[in-house]
Design a protein around this ligand. Sequence first.
Ligand code: AHR
Length: 673
Amino acid sequence: MSPTKHSNETGYKTGFSSMFFALALAGVSSLSAATLEVDMEAEGKAISPDLVGIFYEDLNYAADGGLYAELIQNRSFEYSATENASWGPLSFWDLVESDEGKGYLSLGNMRPVHVNNPHYLLLNVETAGSGVGIANEGFDQIPVEAGKSYEVSFWAYQAYMGKKWGGSPEEEAEAMPMTARLESQSGEVIAEAKFVVQGREWKQQSATLVPTVTTDQARFVLIAEKAGGIALDMVSLFPHDTFMGRQNGLRKDLAQTIAELKPKFMRFPGGCLVHGQGIHQYYDWKDSVGPLEQRKAFRNSWGYHQTLGLGYHEFFQFSEDMGAIPIPVVSAGVCCQHSGDSPGRGQEGMSMEEMPGYIEDVLDLIEWANGSPDSEWGAVRAAAGHPEPFDLKYLGVGNEDAITSIFEVRFKMIRDAVAKRYPEIVVIGTSGPFASGEDYENGWGFARELDLEMVDEHYYVSPQWFWDNQDRYDTYDRNSSEVYLGEYAAHEPDRRNTLRSAIAEAAGLISFERNSDIVRFASYAPLLSRRGHTQWTPDLIYFDATDVYPSLNYEVQRLFSINGGDTDLPFELSGVDASEKLVASVVRDSKSGDIIVKVVNGESQDRSATIDLSSGKKKHYRLTGFVFGNEDAEIVNVDGAGPSVKTLEESGTVKPTFERVFPANSLTIMRLK
Ligand code: AHR
């Protein structure tokens, strides 16, 4: 490494002066002298203080087996071959016959716990022995910690006792003793709770398990200890220790990693997930609220099962817990144009008979989020523990839909109904999956026709694209709709999360920030990906059952998020060739009073520049700096090895004009007070 490169050791803090001199003295570049001259006295233009947020979609096992803290897989016996040809309601469950025990599993649908949850398990115990039951190993594995509490719960009723046919009245009158256990990989019992199931009506049972041993490979076992038949559903093992201690909450380490991005908003639940594959396969928010056993699990667009245990209430709660603006997205009454194995030709619209009912559902969502607890849907929210409104302000309608007349008619019906009943809600339109092209043009044309307040753009492009399109938003009409860049990412040909891609996104963010008088929100996509269950790369945060692995791209998002401002200041960057990858933004944050200068160098060599703040009144500035970069643009994070590039923090004092070296492939953020 050349002496001009900054250290990759993170956590390394240094007095600014020593760092400054080390960098400033190095003769680093034969390029012409660059100067970044800021007009410190300018009023500047107001920009979005909420530019950086997140887009959450249940893709790559982001919900079940991901952010949702449930540890049992297929808890409601609703897995189906439509999700995966090898799956069925009994997938991920094994029959357990201990000692002389003998029995079998069958499936019931005649007396479901709720109509939305049609299948249940019938555990048939022919000979009890030391117990006959079921076992589950979760999503690849069940990690538990000694001394921590886990809630085991299940719904059950006695289908019969003794023999199925011809059991004696005495046997029929008996209760069924049951035991729930956690076992280590060697079969040792590490936690246990006893239950008694009695009666022909569904009842929920629950108890707390506290394992005596920490293991990443626990097995959950639930056994019945007499001959008979027990109906079981919603068999759950849930840690008490969730993010913010919420019941039915989120996996703590993962939610915490997301919260550390300090997202200003959260878009959910998709993505393609929203409109679904097939006209009646859309994500119906009503299926995702209320008691868990009444939620309607189904196949999500990414080809696996979603329980909806993580549903609208949980999304809104998570947004609130992070201080993020909630931005739900609903279908525009059309399904994905790629539905029915017909790429680009599968768009269908709901019938005109169905549309009024669907529109009422959309209006009900607004009432659910913002209505008083006395309203029909506000009461559902209140019953779930949130009497105060969630303060919904934005509603996405549609996602990357082909802009056809089928779409336009339905979108307009929904938009008009929302505008009539809830004129304060901003409806966000859609401009297709690309940065340009037919749907982009038509989507924007349609938005202008309807005078929409905001349009959702998406683009997944090469790292070079972000450098070549620095001026994209400079020319957007300031009197037209605002932009929500709902999905974007720099894609390498092999879709790795390289430093090059992260730095290209930083360059993109520079251009969004400079234009965030019109670009109000921007979110990287996708957010989460479980190792071994990934349908899409690159992603921002990877994880497995026990660990979380943020990408280099995550760090860029975090740095921009925690260093945003509300006023864009004019500046001139001179001495930089048009083809050179060196871009900057300068903003003021009125809360802290800081001027925040961001510079991204995408070249493979260091670059020096003079920072000129001399138009301001101060003689000195207190500087807090963040430098993130590495001479190797190919570098990636390796799971379990910690970040391959760490942000160097520095602080010190600088004069109004100072020299600065911007290392190769780096993002530098300087907060000046
Ligand atoms: O982010 C992954 C997918 O990309 C989203 O579901 C969709 O909107 C886009 O095509």
